[in-house]
Design a protein around this ligand. Structure first.
Ligand code: HXC
Length: 254
């Protein structure tokens, strides 16, 4: 990744932060985006302490104009973009029958629409420049399984899975742009961990569901993200790689 430019949305915490740090460690110039400038600045300092180059872009992925500005600011600072990781997400547990219109829209707008706005803004830039960039989307295994209390997120992530495959074919064929995804299982120190497994009971059941008997670490996701974006994965396109300790295969048949 030496000299490459990587944008990580939601890059100030959790898996986004781990990915940004990994890419910087591997020589990339990283752009981290998020809504809260204090969080972005804190992560920026941590990356700079590793002597990495980093730009913060305060934005909301729900706003298509923000996505365009993200690309413009990146170009101004670093000359262009090579990689986009659509990591920004929104989620909370809510029974389907109680979900308000705003609650539904909040998550659909962040996860599905936000991924699209950022992908299109970056993709158009690559197409105009003839650059063969690579996109990585963050999913969840309930995109193809099911999850209790996450009808909004599961629907949005299923859409992102379809987007991953569709763009991989359409942009792969015409422009050599690769689009892949990672479906993380339960990962420690993330927004998902604090929101979805906050009760002791939920945390215990989650651990029991993972054959390897532990949570994943954000750094493990970052290692996979690094590989999928790198030239070593140049023939991987339209794929979703699950990293969950075997959790999704471990559903009890009865
Ligand atoms: C029911 C809720 C709710 C809850 C919010 N809402 N939290 N409804 N239960 N716990 C409703 C609100 O009442 C409101 O509807 C609507 O959602 C919008 O809420 P706001 O707070 O105004 O929205 P906003 O400030 O834009 O915040 C968006 C958010 C928030 C999604 C609600 O949680 C957020 O910003 N999250 C970002 C970080 C995050 O969630 N990370 C976790 C990702 S984990 P009304 O009708 O009252 O107006 C993940 C995958 C995990 O994605 C995979 C695991 C395997």
């Amino acid at each position: 990744m030496e000299g490459k430019v990587a944008i990580v949305t939601g890059g100030s915490s959790g898996m986004g932060k781990a990915m940004a740090k990994k890419f910087a460690e591997k020589g990339a110039k990283v752009v981290i985006t998020g809504r809260t400038i204090e969080n972005l600045e804190q992560t920026k300092q941590e990356i700079q302490q590793q002597e990495g180059q980093v730009l913060c872009v305060q934005m909301d992925v729900r706003n298509p104009e923000d996505a365009k500005r993200m690309v413009e600011e990146t170009k101004r600072a670093f000359g262009g973009v090579d990689y986009l990781v659509n990591n920004a997400a929104g989620n909370f547990i809510c029974p389907a029958e109680e979900m308000s219109v705003n609650a539904w829209n909040a998550v659909i707008n962040i996860v599905l629409n936000g991924t699209w706005y950022c992908s299109q803004a970056v993709g158009k830039e690559w197409i105009a420049e003839g650059r063969k960039g690579s996109i990585l989307n963050m999913l969840a295994t309930y995109a193809w399984l099911a999850g209790q209390g996450v009808i909004h997120s599961a629907s949005a992530k299923a859409g992102v899975l379809a987007m991953t495959r569709t763009l991989a074919v359409e942009w792969g064929k015409k422009y050599g742009i690769r689009v892949n995804a990672i479906a993380p299982g339960p990962i420690d120190n993330t927004g998902g961990a604090t929101r979805l497994w906050e009760s002791e009971e939920a945390a215990r059941m989650t651990l029991e569901s993972v054959p390897l008997g532990r949570l994943g670490q954000p750094e493990e996701i970052a290692n996979l993200a690094y590989f999928l974006l790198s030239p070593e994965a140049e023939y991987i396109n339209g794929e979703c790689v699950t990293m969950d300790g075997g959790q999704w295969l471990n559903r009890q048949p009865f």
